[in-house]
Write a protein that binds this ligand. Structure first.
Ligand code: HEM
Length: 135
């Protein structure tokens, strides 16, 4: 469940990030490049990796911690690049959004690190082994 949400949201954010990159290229205006980069990296690469981890180690996705982690990751992955774009467009007066977004991303990743350390020794789910045998 958490895994599916993260995998799906991350690919949606990737589409937005790619469109932003294409629009920058068409307009030859690269001012929003840092927002594009962070949307693709935090919103797609990190979120997709977390989704894959939860799929690979189902025990990691159990419980309230993983739900909080996924929620923070989704909020931060949107708020942080949006905050960067707002600062780049309207000036440092509006940096509160970027700061809040960065702190939420940090909290999400710290929680993810904690979950990974707690669950890396968990046995792989039998379904993964079965899928490999039948492939
Ligand atoms: C359709 C695909 C993409 C297009 C058209 C695109 C376009 C661009 C453009 C126009 C720039 C600014 C270049 C400059 O400042 O001279 C840029 C920068 C960047 N892009 Fe992309 N991009 C794409 C996909 C991606 C993906 C998938 C990632 C990461 C997963 C990514 C990460 C970055 C990074 C890290 C930068 C540098 C940002 C900076 O210098 O502040 N891009 N991209």
């Amino acid at each position: 469940m958490i895994s599916s949400i993260l995998l799906r949201v991350s690919t949606l954010l990737l589409m937005v990030g790619l469109v932003l990159g294409i629009v920058m290229g068409i307009r030859q205006d690269f001012a929003l490049a840092p927002a594009h980069a962070h949307l693709n990296l935090v919103g797609f690469v990190l979120m997709f990796a977390a989704g894959l981890y939860y799929r690979l180690v189902p025990q990691a996705a159990e419980g309230i911690l993983a739900r909080i982690q996924a929620t923070l990751h989704v909020i931060g992955a949107i708020l942080f690049p949006a905050g960067i774009a707002i600062v780049l467009t309207y000036g440092p007066h509006y940096e509160a959004f970027a700061i809040a977004g960065s702190l939420i991303v940090f909290a999400a990743m710290a929680l993810f690190a904690w979950i990974v350390f707690r669950t890396t020794s968990c046995a792989r789910s039998p379904s993964v082994g079965l899928a490999r045998q039948s492939a």
